[in-house]
Ligand binder design. Structure first.
Ligand SMILES: [Zn+2]
Ligand SMILES: [Zn+2]
Length: 656
């Protein structure tokens, strides 16, 4: 763990590094650079200070009574809030503004995240300036055999690379930042985001080993940053299932465009910082031209419960399962969830061990940057758990989605080096399966139950709450911002449509709501908003190190092979003499088990021989491609008539 922390410490320092290195800037830019540098240094200092303070506070807490604990917590809150308010007032005084221009046109283009889940990316373009909001990846669906992840098509950005002023990030989830290492290979634009978001990216970039230093610029909620002539982006604090998430208000020559990012309204958040709805109200009064609002939970009525609800359930489980070891699987990025598990464990006198690569990475980064803290002596290494009784241990792990290589999966299938699960264990799945992962999660629950493990999941106890706004929260945002135009984002069509329905219910006109699609251009100008065309968009598949080389044809072949198998025909011919010299030999994979189908194999061989000889007899000039095609067709027809199956037939004809 110590090593983990050190590495993250390094990375946090590196966040600052790129700004020092940049020397070629003009005078004007240098001014802002030095400001940013100052701010960064201050931020870093604050983060470290915050960490020290919380560490101290925690130490004191553990000594004092519960009553005093709440006092400490309450005492801390106002100062933090006051600091935020002061910061915002300061910023609003100097916040850059964009002059209105009645001739300006702003184009809003989503390259991903519409009519699909994942790979969220929105492009804003005006004149010579482009900013990119988020750049995520998506997980492959079951049709995409062997594909590791799916990226947006970056063609439009590649073609306009010289215009891209910045990549601006709302938060650190993979569906918003996962594509960054790949986009940076095409465009080395500076990346703006909050401290935790950039901390997570920094670790990611280290893994990807880019040939240059990425320009990572830390901003804080409340700050506004200007990009080119046309954009000034204000970062606004929101609640979400990861800390440090922001909505963005982008000032442009045609008015303000508000992008919610992913959000929920948590009135009792773990870090005490409620979504900045006051600012939303102010912006609503100033006037919002276009709202881009996430739609994940637009079909769900009511409000999303507070993260604290999970804390209460955990407290209940820890009290009732006090004689067992507790293993909790959750999303590693849910810093507040992990913090609640740590705190509950500490209260119940349990040591906490952490396992799983991404969990170690994020907990390391979050601890180092001050977003998470361990009470003194609570954290132990996973190899030390044998020194304690089961009831003295909590294990926090990855694998809540049933991922086959995850730590929880290995524990369930008795393949984990340090942890074997049995009757003395309770496993809590503090998550809900992402659509498509239900079977994987089910498999783990079955296996654990077989081994006598008590499994608690979302369907049994409320050990998970969503990070996304439900209908009432979405309506609240509409009501506060009162946008002139509305474009639902972040979801499949059904989600986008449900979000549209909400806007209609709120009294918005049908013609002012735009359900877009990836690649579609929504243009805003003095004369209003309308769709004006499309840009290239789609899916780029990543398989190992190859990006984009696996396309539809390769996937079709993979599906064909996986469903029907392969029959290879190998033969040597003398082209001049028009003679079959050797073969044909038949090799098959995934088609039939050869030892049990010798008869069929002989028939295939005979059929292939006939086909080749027939061609050699009847043709004057031998063409190998034509011969291959004939063998393939003859054999395919024959195999289908015999077996009602269509294996891939691959003739290899050699000339000797
Ligand atoms: Zn998110
Ligand atoms: Zn998202």
């Amino acid at each position: 763990m110590k090593k983990e922390k050190l590495e993250c410490g390094k990375s946090a320092e590196k966040i600052k590094a790129p700004t020092h290195k940049r020397k070629k800037e003009g005078k004007k830019k240098q001014m802002t650079k030095s400001k940013v540098r100052e701010k960064l240094a201050k931020l870093q200092e604050e983060a470290m200070q915050g960490l020290e303070e919380t560490k101290k506070a925690k130490k004191e807490k553990s000594k004092e009574t519960k009553k005093k604990e709440t006092v400490v917590a309450k005492d801390n809150k106002p100062s933090k809030k006051a600091k935020n308010n002061a910061r915002r007032d300061q910023n609003s005084k100097v916040a850059p503004r964009i002059e209105r221009d009645i001739n300006a046109k702003v184009r809003v283009i989503s390259l991903g995240g519409l009519n699909e889940i994942g790979k969220n990316i929105t492009v804003l373009e005006c004149g010579e300036d482009i900013i990119v909001i988020d750049c995520g990846f998506a997980f492959p669906d079951e049709e995409m055999l062997g594909v590791d992840l799916v990226l947006p098509d970056f063609t439009y950005l590649r073609d306009n690379a010289d215009k891209v002023r910045a990549i601006v990030l709302t938060h650190g989830h993979e569906d918003h930042i996962g594509g960054i290492p790949y986009l940076l290979r095409e465009i080395n634009a500076p990346i703006y985001g909050t401290l935790l978001t950039l901390g997570i990216i920094k670790n990611k970039l280290l893994e990807h080993k880019l040939p240059f230093d990425a320009q990572l610029k830390v901003v804080e909620a409340g700050e506004t940053v200007k990009f080119g002539k046309s954009f000034a982006v204000e970062f606004i604090h929101v609640n979400h299932s990861i800390a440090d998430a922001c909505a963005l208000c982008v000032d442009t020559p045609v008015g303000k465009i508000f992008h919610t990012g992913d959000f929920k309204l948590d009135l009792t958040p773990i870090d005490g910082e409620v979504m900045d709805i006051t600012r939303l109200g102010e912006l609503g009064k100033e006037g919002i031209e276009l709202l881009l609002c996430e739609s994940t939970n637009a079909e769900r009525p009511g409000y999303t419960p507070s993260e604290r609800k999970v804390g209460k359930s955990l407290e209940y489980i820890f009290s009732t399962q006090s004689d067992k070891r507790i293993v909790i699987a959750t999303f590693s990025s849910n810093v507040h969830r992990v913090q609640q598990i740590i705190d509950t464990s500490a209260r119940h006198g349990r040591k906490v061990a952490i396992t799983g690569r991404s969990m170690l990475n994020i907990v390391g980064a979050a601890t180092e940057l001050g977003y998470m803290n361990f009470p003194e002596g609570v954290l132990i290494d996973i190899s030390e758990i044998k020194r304690y009784k089961p009831e003295q241990i909590t294990i926090i792990t990855t694998g809540s989605q049933g991922e086959p290589m995850s730590a929880l999966y290995r524990m369930a299938f008795s393949d984990h080096r340090d942890v074997t699960l049995g009757r003395n264990d309770v496993v809590i799945l503090s998550s809900s399966p992402i659509p498509g992962n239900e079977k994987l999660v089910g498999r783990i629950i079955n296996e654990l139950s077989k081994n006598g493990v008590t499994v608690l999941h979302d369907a049994l106890v409320s050990v998970h709450v969503s990070g996304h706004a439900c209908q009432e929260e979405l309506k609240l945002v509409q009501a506060l911002l009162k946008p002139r135009y509305f474009m639902p984002v972040h979801g499949e069509y059904r989600h986008l449509n449900a979000n549209r329905q909400l806007a209609l219910e709120m009294g918005m006109e049908e013609r002012d709501i735009f359900i877009s699609d990836i690649g579609k251009i929504l243009e805003l100008s003095a004369s209003g908003a309308r769709f004006v065309g499309t840009v290239p968009s789609g899916k780029v598949l990543v398989n190992g190190n190859s990006v984009g080389e696996v396309g539809n044809i390769v996937l079709r072949e993979r599906r064909h092979l996986s469903q029907d198998g392969l029959v290879v025909v190998v033969a040597s011919i003398d082209m001049q003499a028009k003679l079959l010299i050797s073969g044909p030999d038949i090799v098959s994979r995934g088609f039939v088990y050869v030892r049990e189908a010798e008869g069929l194999m002989d028939e295939i061989k005979g059929m292939a021989q006939n086909s080749i000889e027939d061609y050699l007899d009847r043709t004057r000039v031998i063409d190998r491609v034509a011969l291959k095609t004939k063998v393939k067709e003859d054999l395919s027809k024959y195999l289908y008539s015999k077996t009602k199956r269509r294996p891939m037939v691959l003739p290899i004809i050699m000339n000797v």
